[in-house]
Write a protein that binds this ligand. Structure first.
Ligand code: URA
Length: 259
């Protein structure tokens, strides 16, 4: 099974065979032509080429041209975040959620805020949405442990309400600091709320997807895609997320080549 098929299956999308590979009764001549006509979605990019993932992990440790992580500064930032009381969310959280993964990652993914599971476990994207995110990452050859995953907010908003502007303003400097230290080649904003807060816009997700944005002092390339929790709720959008994943993979390759 191709990586794309594995991804679509993980998303709960029915798999289909390319028409040319289907066995249909050949006497139906009109239908035969149609049956053998290549499916545009299958042929636009040869699947085996398009979805074969690059070798994972190794590229991360050996990312050329990147300064080594200042381990002491990283741990100091983690400690600072863990006792943060800059906003009211410090009163209702169980614990802060600093982020998880490789602090020398090439890709940094940014979600909205911790939910109940994340608040309990102290790690981002550990619930059902997290499992889907893991499948998405595996599908493009960048498994969870090779990337860095964080949120716009480090604390859970009560009842999972949307982050308030004042909370974002308090918390964003932590994310910017993480970004300065990690220096990823590519940022991925997961969902409308993360994208709008990072890009300081109220444009809808549909307008933000499919283009390359820039974020922060280093003008790091940023791609917007669906939040995995949204994909769980909205099966119709699942196929489009594969388009975004291919965009992410292609942009990373471009960023590497330009390094
Ligand atoms: N949703 C998010 O945006 N972040 C998490 O960490 C979990 C769910």
């Amino acid at each position: 099974m191709s990586v794309r098929d594995q991804y679509l299956e993980a998303l709960g999308i029915d798999l289909w065979m390319p028409r040319a590979r289907r066995t249909l009764p050949l006497e139906a001549t009109g239908a035969q032509q149609e049956a053998e006509a290549p499916d545009p979605d299958e042929t636009a990019v040869p699947i085996e080429t398009a979805v074969r993932p690059p070798a994972p992990a190794a590229v991360v440790a050996a990312t050329p041209g990147m300064a080594p992580l200042d381990e002491a500064a990283w741990q100091a930032l983690r400690a600072q975040v863990s006792v943060c009381t800059r906003c009211e969310l410090s009163k209702t959280r169980t614990q802060t959620v600093f982020g998880v993964g490789n602090p020398r990652a090439e890709i940094m993914l940014i979600g909205e805020a911790p939910g109940a599971d994340e608040d309990r476990q102290g790690e981002p994207f550990v619930g059902r949405a997290g499992q889907l995110l893991n499948s998405m990452l595996r599908a493009i050859g960048h498994p969870r442990e090779t990337v860095f995953i964080a949120n716009v907010l480090k604390c859970r908003p009560p009842g999972n309400r949307e982050p308030r502007p004042a909370e974002v303003a308090c918390c964003l400097p932590y994310l910017q600091r993480q970004l300065d230290m990690i220096q990823p080649r590519l940022l991925v904003a997961l969902g409308r709320v993360a994208a709008q807060n990072l890009l300081a816009t109220d444009a809808p997700l549909a307008r933000l997807r499919g283009q390359l944005h820039r974020f922060g002092a280093r003008a790091t390339p940023l791609i917007v895609t669906y939040h995995p929790a949204y994909l769980l709720r909205s099966p119709n959008e699942k196929r489009k997320s594969w388009v975004d994943l291919k965009f992410i993979r292609a942009e990373l390759a471009r960023a590497r080549a330009g390094a």
